[in-house]
Design a protein around this ligand. Structure first.
Ligand code: NAI
Ligand code: SOE
Length: 385
């Protein structure tokens, strides 16, 4: 039987443009489905650079105006891999044009922006997903399966960190290509929306909703030269953020993120402690899940490190043979697998735009608390489970 085509129109050919393109190129080879993923068009403002990218990754055509890409009737899916301030406008236009949408995180520049995006996809009834790809690292999905089986018993604690060190130099400018993350007008926030958003998404997937938060934020370097204006301008992002929270299930959360932890490049770790079992994960060792099971008997009871690569581990059976580990890029392939499964079942894929909004509500509450030094209640999207 002829397969249906899933014709991708990608906006943005930076870091994530590459990660997504690699996922589209690989998915059909390893995960059979009723869809053929077709790299139909890539959009970037510089025609020559877009053409170079298209030639390298196998896109059939290019556009230099994202509105034209969205208007094309030979595109089924709009993939938004642009800086955060563009997600809203691009996703709403794509929804109005009836396209399925895959959007990078954080969903919106802030929660009000994300809410409009949710309303747009619900009104247009188009499939939608946010690229919170860490959910799809096999070891993280395995953690989800273990938690959902109830083996942990009552959960007491959840803690997560996302530590980097790339903005320590005061000479690093803000704004423009590569450095838009330091310009709050483009990024929305600093480490809270960029890094903690991942930790929050994973946390709520594994341990349920967050009720309230109290945070401490800091901007260590108050002024930086702006690449686009050439002037020294005030820095308004949060360079570091720590927050505590209550989860709906009564457990306590502790989160920290910074770009000033000398020596750490992308140290995303989480740990969950239940009455019977604890689980631990570390992005630097992403193919392993650390498990402590109190039911293990005797003097050899202790933490074990499970090499998540066996045929019955999530996603692994579709790849190589047991023992050969998967990496960062595979999490994006698995995200596409989930998106396609969502189309096939008609049930949609997670994390969807509502999950993205739920995360943005936490991000906004954390930022508000950091400013006001208060406990902030966290709203939830209507009908979100
Ligand atoms: P990047 O700066 O490497 O790439 C952004 C791309 O958007 C560039 O190709 C740029 O030319 C393009 N662009 C900017 N304005 C445009 C416009 N008006 N029309 C068309 N293209 C435009 O940024 P990166 O790292 O790829 O980040 C993009 C998004 O992905 C962000 O929302 C970021 O938060 C998210 N991200 C997610 C990650 C994850 O783990 N899921 C990892 C890194 C980024
Ligand atoms: C920042 O350096 C960054 O690329 C984030 O934007 C991503 O979301 C994170 O996955 C890795 O770090």
């Amino acid at each position: 039987m002829a397969k249906k085509q899933l014709r991708i129109g990608l906006i943005g050919y930076g870091f994530m443009g590459r990660a997504h393109s690699n996922a589209y190129a690989q998915v059909g080879h390893f995960f059979p489905s009723s869809y053929d993923v077709v790299l139909q068009a890539v959009c970037g403002r510089d025609a020559a650079a877009a053409q170079t990218f298209a030639d390298k990754w196998g896109y059939k055509s290019i556009e230099t105006d994202w509105k034209k890409l969205i208007a094309r009737d030979d595109i089924d899916v709009i993939d938004i891999a642009t800086p955060n301030n563009l997600h809203g406008e691009q996703a709403i236009a794509a929804a109005k044009a009836g396209k399925a949408i895959l959007c990078e995180k954080p969903l919106g520049l802030n929660a009000p922006d994300a809410l409009k995006m949710v309303e747009a996809v619900e009104k247009a009834k188009v499939p939608n997903m946010v690229w919170y790809n860490y959910r799809r690292c096999p070891a993280v999905t395995l953690a989800k399966q273990i938690i959902d089986s109830g083996k942990l018993g009552r959960v007491f604690h959840y803690r997560a960190n996302f530590l980097q060190d790339w903005t320590i130099s005061p000479d690093l400018p803000q704004g423009g290509a590569g450095l838009w993350r330091l310009d709050a007008k483009v990024s929305g926030s600093g480490v809270t929306g960029d890094l903690l958003a991942h930790c929050i998404d994973t946390a709520m997937w594994l341990n349920g909703g967050i009720k309230d938060v109290t945070a401490m934020t800091e901007t260590f370097i108050k002024e930086r030269k702006h690449t686009l204006t050439g002037k020294t301008e005030k820095v308004t992002i949060d360079d570091a953020c720590s927050f505590m929270c209550h989860f709906d299930n009564g457990s306590l959360g502790l989160f920290e993120s910074t770009r000033y932890a000398r020596g750490h490049k992308a140290l995303y770790t989480f740990e969950i402690n239940g009455e019977n079992m604890s689980l631990k994960w570390d992005l630097h060792d992403l193919h392993r899940l650390q498990i402590f099971d109190y039911a293990d008997e005797g003097t050899e009871r202790g933490w074990k490190s499970v090499h998540v690569s066996d045929g019955d581990h999530p996603y692994c059976g579709n790849w190589w043979v047991p023992g050969l580990q998967l990496g960062y890029e595979h999490s994006f392939v698995h995200q596409v697998v989930e998106f396609i499964k969502g189309l096939e079942s008609g049930k949609g894929a997670r994390p969807n735009f509502k999950d993205g909004l739920a995360c943005d509500y936490v991000v906004d509450a954390v930022l508000a608390s950091g400013k006001k030094k208060t406990w902030e209640k966290v709203p939830k999207p209507k009908g979100w489970k």
